[in-house]
Design a protein around this ligand. Sequence first.
Ligand code: ATP
Ligand code: MG
Length: 463
Amino acid sequence: MQTFNLDNARKQSPNVQNAHFLKDTLMNQLLQSAKDISRILNDAGHTCYFAGGCVRDQLLKIEPKDYDLATSATPQQVLKLFPKADSIGAHFGVILVKYAGAAFEIATFRTDGSYTDSRRPESVTFATAEEDASRRDFTVNGLFQKSDTGEIIDFVNGKIDIEKKLIRAIGNPNERFTEDALRLMRAIRFATKLNFDIEEKTWEAIKTNAPLIKNIATERIQAEFSLILLSPRRARGLDLLVKSGLIQHFLPEILDLIGCEQPPQFHPEGDVYIHTSMMLDMLEGEVTLELVLAVLLHDIGKPATYSYDPDEDRIRFSGHDSLGAEMAETILKRLKYSNKTIDEVCAMVANHMNFMNVRFMKKSKVKRFMSRPTYELEMELHRVDCGSSNGITENYDFLRAKEEEFASEPLIPAPLISGKDLIGLGYRPGPQFKEILQAIQTEQLEGKLTESSQAIAWIKENY
Ligand code: ATP
Ligand code: MG
């Protein structure tokens, strides 16, 4: 019989095995710490449960990313047991305890006071565990668990909904969404992330209350939207945002992609929305936010540049890449994404049509194309762009072959000469400097100049 041997497993694939091993160890540590904290509270006579996401994830056999605790102890009582804890959230009943290198939120059972602005409760009142469960958003998020026995405490029928794979608002869905409109986005985030359906009455209430999302701070909408896009089921998430009417209030430009016809000879899959949605689905593995946003927005300029060319009997979208980059900038600024994200996404949107030309570029141009910081992300965008439409892979394959061909040296090697050298040669600093240095680099990338002395001779000949 073969028994599991950690050392052998590590030898087979040391990096992967170590990563898994470390992650498991950390997760066990996290769980152990959460249990320790719970026991400290229990020993002092307080009730303390694991609450919310971590209970849900455990039942779904997903590794919880953190453990939140809910307790009958008041913030003052928690602070007595954990004097070094951070009491910044005590006003809302939340104490942050650092334990064995990790942070845990310990929240006193509470009900939320009245909401007057669909954003935040006016006040909180400490309450029973059952009341605390009912103030939570969805039944799947309303479960508690005893840390020592693992027993599930379910006041909201959350367990059944987890089995049925349903996102259902706790209590009256209309009231819950009018209380806090961020829950509209959260419902779609959980449906997307967990691949759950949204229960009918909850779904109807989302559609009815979608306009309330305007009361929510852009940063919070953006955070939920990004989580939806980072989920592997992002295309379904986008569809839910469209069908619920939510996207209309923060990214209405997407709606213009629906019904925007494309030339069938290049796009047998259908309109721009279908094309975009298929691309979102085709992205593989871990993706960056910038890549997903670039895929989402790469053809955002198409509706406005749509034209029909009767001579060739075909639809065209001339300039949709540059207009798309401008639109992407406007949209992402409006959604308050970081400058880094905006710059990367806009660069990718602006460049996405240039892939068609790579096979006809000079070597120097190909090298510059490949050395752009977003190149690797753009390759993935290009792969799914073609994969979801014409199926052409020749540009992708060409670039991958070039990567191998150029692998032995840096794509952009150290310059052969500098501005100082030009001054030494008697040239006066000015706009021509850049032109000369660029020209020298081009010759170098083409493999025609390899030494500084050759570069100097070349300059004397040409300038
Ligand atoms: P994740 O694993 O994505 O963090 P989570 O369920 O832990 O999911 P959080 O946003 O961390 O979600 O919130 C923790 C818990 O707090 C939720 O499970 C839910 O019970 C409750 N909660 C969070 N936000 C709200 C809200 N806006 N309205 C009601 N309850 C909420
Ligand atoms: Mg959480």
